[in-house]
Design a protein around this ligand. Sequence first.
Ligand SMILES: Cc1cc2nc3c(=O)[nH]c(=O)nc-3n(C[C@H](O)[C@H](O)[C@H](O)COP(=O)(O)OP(=O)(O)OC[C@H]3O[C@@H](n4cnc5c(N)ncnc54)[C@H](O)[C@@H]3O)c2cc1C
Length: 105
Amino acid sequence: MRFAFRHQVDGLIFDGDQVSGVHGTVLEPDTARRGAPSNRNAVGSFEFRAQAVVIATGDIGGNHEQVRRWWPSRLGTPPQKMLTGSRSTSTGACSTSRPSRASGS
Ligand SMILES: Cc1cc2nc3c(=O)[nH]c(=O)nc-3n(C[C@H](O)[C@H](O)[C@H](O)COP(=O)(O)OP(=O)(O)OC[C@H]3O[C@@H](n4cnc5c(N)ncnc54)[C@H](O)[C@@H]3O)c2cc1C
């Protein structure tokens, strides 16, 4: 198994209807302590391809726009003001971004 720290996934790569990888931004190294916000300075980009892609980037609770978008209708109108109980990284950015189409598809 290979870990790729400071690799921010920005979107999925599709071959037809099938997810075949991820693409994103390589972030500048940072000495922030565990749990503290770190910089988002881009120093490169990447693409990884795989037979199977599992997304485990947390929920969407850190992104109120997404929470309002997916608000269950049985709960009525989403509140104007909300508290965030999720991590700041829980934005749903990876799974809700526009797909990047693989070339030739
Ligand atoms: C303050 C607080 C207290 C909690 N206390 C408890 C508790 O006592 N007991 C309990 O059971 N649960 C608790 N939870 C809930 C628990 O932390 C979460 O349910 C759990 O961490 C979710 O795990 P996960 O692996 O799905 O997501 P996460 O732990 O959020 O991991 C997601 C990872 O994906 C990374 N990531 C996100 N976006 C990208 C991207 N675009 N590219 C690359 N990487 C990305 C993030 O940096 C993170 O490392 C608590 C949560 C909070 C916020």
